[in-house]
Design a protein around this ligand. Structure first.
Ligand code: PMP
Length: 446
């Protein structure tokens, strides 16, 4: 892949990006549709704000600058952007139509494929966003158990049931949060307390099997055991981990099977679709009177064709795809940490997490989250063609050359950060507005 801008040249212009952002601000509150892609997550005035095209592991911004991408559309592009097998399947389907007045048979084919691949899946329903199915999972659990309390940790989308018990609860009446109880990831005692405080009334525990943090030994098994002991359901939010951590999701990787699981991002390599999968008896609650889940666009055939093609590709190239994702993630995490140590700042920054999502952390001298240090890192990485917002989300399309370029850039960028820490002038080096907190951080997910 040719590069029209030298990787090491920090003098790229993002002028058109900044112009577009101004225009966007006039008609789009927040300037973007997805929190994690919004200007507040990057260095405003320096980072690109709008993408024009993408291929494999790279994208080009509206000014024509090329980037190695580690955000990968927030997770969906597991095979890489513009993957021919997936995009051809979508084009073929479009020749026959994507929306009909009756369900298309692809719904059954994809549901059957998921039943074969996902340990907990006996039945499947589709939605369009992760939110659709995480909210449905809590509703199904409440209807099935005839109980109220949802025990939750981390980020599961913006439905009231989750955000009512977070720092992002404006616009949600206070009473809505009465039955939503938050626990700490990897803190099994905090889950036990919820069961103790609400005997016979916990409908479900919902958790990501792994997110920024990986499960400590026994944590997921203990969640399973607690749920069983108290007659509650265990729901895994696999919106991010599904088909990414392993073909059967994080539940397969960690060997703990939930009652229900929610999928979205990686299942269709970027096309809009989500799914809830789980135990037959729980899923059949949807057939009972008074339990409603319905939407016009669920079952739209182009996204189902994309899912079918993605799952087929993942299945027939399983070792290659997951081998690559783990190779890339491990190399970036180890490389980042070695470089931070070489530059003497490993007490101020580190990379951690399991390979399919490697997170960077920047702290000040007191050990608190340091937004300015993170902003300086992002600013200098973006200027040199490595795009991330904090995490690294590897795809099957990231090459050894990408890893090499990335670590060369990180060497330069961490050197700059080390000098800034030494001179105590991080803030003065920022050429734009620093990054803000993300909704994930506000729900305790990082
Ligand atoms: N759960 C998790 C773990 C997620 O990462 C996300 C999206 N970032 C969601 C739920 C919500 O999914 P969506 O944005 O597709 O509605």
């Amino acid at each position: 892949m040719s590069r029209d801008v030298s990787l090491y040249s920090p003098d790229r212009s993002t002028e058109r990006s900044q112009e577009l952002l101004e225009r966007a601000r006039g008609v789009i509150p927040g300037g973007a549709q997805t929190n994690s892609k919004s200007p507040s997550q990057f260095v405003r005035g320096v980072s690109p704000t709008h993408a024009e095209r993408a291929e494999g592991s790279h994208f080009w911004d509206i000014d024509g600058n090329e980037y190695i991408d580690y955000l990968m559309a927030c997770g969906p592009a597991i095979l890489g952007y513009s993957h021919p097998a997936v995009d051809d399947a979508v084009r073929d389907q479009l020749n026959h139509g994507s929306m009909f007045s009756l369900p298309h048979a692809l719904q059954i084919e994809v549901a059957e494929a998921m039943v074969e691949l996902v340990p907990c899946a006996e039945m499947v329903r589709f939605g369009k966003n992760g939110n659709d199915v995480t909210a449905l999972a809590t509703k199904l659990a409440r209807a099935y158990t005839d109980r109220d309390v949802i025990a939750t940790a981390g980020y599961h989308g913006w439905p009231d049931v989750f955000l009512s018990a977070s720092d992002s609860a404006r616009g949600i009446p206070a009473g809505v949060g009465e039955y939503t109880k938050r626990f700490g990831y990897n803190d099994i005692e905090s889950v036990r307390e919820i069961f103790a405080e609400h005997p016979e009334n916990v409908a479900a525990i919902i958790a990501t099997a792994a997110s920024a943090e990986t499960p400590e030994d026994g944590f997921l098994e203990d969640l399973r055991e607690l749920a069983d002991e108290h007659g509650a359901l265990l729901i895994f939010d696999e919106v991010f981990t599904g088909f990414r951590f392993a073909l059967g999701g994080a539940q397969e990787l960690f060997g703990v099977t939930p009652d229900l699981a929610c999928f979205a991002k990686a299942m269709a390599n970027g096309y809009p679709i989500s799914a809830i999968a789980g135990r037959r008896d729980v899923m059949q609650t949807l057939e009972e009177p008074g339990v409603t889940f319905s939407m016009t666009y669920a079952g739209e055939a182009a996204s189902l064709a994309a899912t079918k093609a993605t799952l087929e590709h993942l299945r027939s190239n399983e070792d290659e795809v997951y081998g690559r994702i783990f190779t890339v993630g491990d190399a970036i995490r180890e490389g980042f940490n070695d470089l931070a140590a070489d530059h003497g700042i490993d007490h101020r920054t580190s990379a951690f997490g399991i390979a399919p999502r490697v997170v960077t952390r920047f702290t000040d001298a007191e050990g608190d989250h340091d937004t300015h240090a993170k902003s300086l890192f992002l600013q200098e990485a973006h200027k040199r063609g490595v795009f991330l917002s904090g995490s690294h989300i590897p795809s099957a399309a990231h090459t050894d050359e990408d890893i090499r370029h990335t670590l060369e850039v990180y060497d330069r960028v961490l050197k700059i950060l080390a000098e800034a820490i030494e001179n105590d002038d991080i803030e003065e080096r920022l050429e734009g507005k620093p990054v803000g907190t993300s909704i994930r951080e506000r729900t305790g997910d990082r």
